[in-house]
Design a protein around this ligand. Structure first.
Ligand code: MLT
Length: 408
């Protein structure tokens, strides 16, 4: 008889964004004439940067000629991309990350979800609340939690982001083994200063924990004083893994390319006390379960690091940041309080005493605007909604006009 992984039974029935998409579909079926504006899931709408498009075309041409055709590439990614990443994202900022520390993949959702499988089932895991659900659900699937009750899983340690701590919670008081962080934060849009990141790094080094740092939204940081990588904090190269993505950085959500950084100096222990380089374990896993991102996509990703590519993505992301400003001001104009939306594409809106799903439904039904209910990211998100700046300018302006009318 076929029996399932029992841990799946602890999960919510569906993934947050699948749930939202279902409600939107039902609304759209009932109101076929309403143009629904989506400021829910953080999906880009602007076309790819021209430098990336040209690289894709050129790579397709290479694949069409017998002398330049390529089959399987290196699982970890082509050297041309790994070198470009190491140079532009790290060494140019004084951070000593080498191409060998970089593992190219087809998405950070998969990487943040898969990374936990390197660790023992009994490891204690800390996650933020509110939280990007992937960190939680993948640990549930792996059997690292108990049952779900009152919005939380038994066995997980939650680091609660609140107004009072600026949605940058302190490290947990108790010892944990794995600690997920995301800055700029999804969903609250909060950013972490050097001092705040240093507290997590100190914690990890003192307690022997590993930080799993999700930097998917790094391209929205404009404040030169904010760190862009966890490795800008001394000591992090011994206790942190960093996840980055071209999805939001360069509009690649439909193209799929990301990378994970596992520095050579991060070491982990086996049950007999033997030490292992974490990079070797991830390499073993990656080469076994993944055959590499496609060659044209990696060429497109490398083109993002060309001077023209850098200019183009800056303009692209400046456009989304301007949307975030419009959203913040629109929210303020109706007397609600918001957070984030600066150095970040997400605006975290205090629902003014209403439950998150109630405001979500009201905005969908009265304004035809899709947001994300904060409660979907955990109990600490209750009473908030997240508005994403990822859409075209005129749609964002129209959405804010409609929200203003609906809540007036
Ligand atoms: C979000 O809306 O939280 C993100 O787009 C989800 C993701 O990146 O997978």
């Amino acid at each position: 008889m076929i029996t399932i992984n029992e841990h799946y039974r602890k999960l919510n029935k569906s993934y947050l964004f699948v749930d939202i998409a279902k409600r939107v579909r039902e609304f759209q079926d009932a109101h076929p004439d309403t143009e629904v504006i989506k400021l829910g899931i953080g999906d880009v709408t602007r076309p790819l940067p021209p430098a990336a498009v040209r690289a894709l075309h050129d790579a397709a041409d290479e694949m069409a000629r017998p002398d330049t055709f390529r089959g399987y590439g290196p699982e970890q990614g082509y050297d041309f991309l790994r070198e470009a990443i190491a140079e532009h994202d790290f060494r140019s900022r004084g951070v000593n990350i080498t191409a060998d520390d970089i593992f190219v993949s087809d998405g950070s959702k998969c990487d943040t979800g898969n990374f936990q499988e390197l660790f023992a089932q009994a490891q204690t895991v800390a996650v933020p609340d509110p939280v990007y659900p992937v960190y939680v659900d993948t640990n549930v699937m792996a059997g690292r939690t108990g049952a779900f009750s009152d919005g939380r899983y038994e066995g997980l340690v939650y680091m609660e982001g609140t107004r009072e701590n600026g949605f940058v919670p302190p490290p947990p008081e108790q010892d944990v083994d794995l600690l997920y962080l995301c800055f700029p934060n999804n969903p609250t849009g909060a950013t972490a200063t050097r001092e705040q990141l240093a507290r997590y790094v100190d914690y990890a080094r003192e307690r022997g924990a590993l930080i799993l740092f999700d930097a998917a939204y790094v391209a929205f940081i404009r404040d030169p004083d904010l760190p862009q990588s966890i490795y800008e904090i001394p000591g992090a190269e011994t206790c942190a893994v960093e996840f980055r993505s071209f999805s939001k950085t360069a509009g690649f959500t439909g193209l799929r390319c990301a990378f994970t950084v596992v520095p050579e100096r991060v070491e982990v222990r086996d049950a007999d006390g033997g030490m292992h380089r974490l990079r070797d374990l991830w390499s073993r896993r990656h080469t076994t379960k993944f055959n590499g991102a496609s060659f044209p996509v990696q060429r497109a990703a490398a083109a993002v690091y060309s001077p023209e590519g850098q200019t183009q993505i800056r303009e692209l992301n400046d456009g989304y940041l301007e949307n975030a400003r419009i959203i913040r001001e629109g929210i303020a104009s109706i007397g609600l309080t918001s957070f984030g939306g600066v150095n970040s594409p997400y605006v975290w809106v205090d629902a003014g005493g209403h439950p998150s799903w109630e405001l979500f439904d009201r905005l969908l039904n009265s304004a035809g605007v899709v947001t994300t209910p904060g409660a979907g990211f955990g109990p600490a998100g209750e009473g908030f909604i997240r508005i994403s700046a990822f859409n075209d300018r005129e749609k964002v302006v129209t959405a804010m006009d409609r929200i203003r009318s609906a809540l007036a």
